[in-house]
Design a protein around this ligand. Sequence first.
Ligand SMILES: [Zn+2]
Ligand SMILES: [Zn+2]
Ligand SMILES: [Zn+2]
Length: 348
Amino acid sequence: MEHSGQFPHRRWNPLRQAWVLVSPHRTQRPWQGEVGQTATPSGAAYDPACYLCPGNKRAGGAVNPAYDTVFSFVNDYAALLPDSPAGVSEPVFPLLIAEPARGLCKVLCFHPDHSLTLARMTQPEIRRVVDAWTHEYEELAQIDWVQYVQIFENRGAMMGASNPHPHGQIWSTGFVPDEPAAETTAQREHRDRTGECLLCSYLATEQASGTRVVFENDSFAVLVPWWAVWPFEVLLLSKRHASSLPELTVAERDALADALKRLATRYDNLFETSFPYTMGLHQAPTDGQEHAEWHFHMHFYPPLLRSATVRKFMVGFEMLGMPQRDITPESAAERLRALSETHFWPRE
Ligand SMILES: [Zn+2]
Ligand SMILES: [Zn+2]
Ligand SMILES: [Zn+2]
């Protein structure tokens, strides 16, 4: 038996080397919690008050160019700075350890039109975002102290995004952050133990099973992972073993843009809302080491549970014990699979 049906069970996440608790029977319980606001697509293509729109002045004083495609700049309010004092001093207390953290935080505007989202951009427009990610990764990897390039997007007020303008972020760090570090360890250990790539083997398993795959194109598969924590969490995997964006062929970049558009459209159609999420690319660290174990993928972590307004919270047992989910990954995949790839709110 592949999984334990409607009974509580826990599943192993081999990529994170951690367990997740699955409690399918709990979806029956009544909801009396917070009801959020439904997000509606904003209408205006240009917002004079938006610091990301073309030609507008940013809070730091710089003026955006009149860009007509993608546009990136160094964040005016960066969490990390490229010039941190070097060297680690001996701690006064052995348990109170700190070290300087260098980083470079950039913002990447996906499109000049303030009202768009990835779901409502065309495939060629998304392809330009893929090209920009590739270019940024290559360029940032050249900086000698950069060990990891984290590309991500926070979408929607529910995820704390401060501006609806379609944009993402690129944080390059002088260290490998915890999530990709844990995945590096897991992928390396799996390869050492079996001689095979963890995610190549996992993809073959999911294709054989079929129950969690949402859709595929020539080069990518989109699935709800066996170990998903968030209700409609998705993993996007390259079908060919590639460790980072620069290894993708031109056709694969097209296919990535296609997969992103189709996934984002299905997400919006699920609750007929502009679907909030945090998504990000995971690829090989840029620490100068060989990373044959690394398999390029993207994670999508959306907070919505049962409607445009009811979200999942990671509280209680999840903060103190372990993550837990109610609807099974199989039923989430089934719902995503049944959705149309034509957006409910067409672009005019
Ligand atoms: Zn804007
Ligand atoms: Zn692989
Ligand atoms: Zn990952």
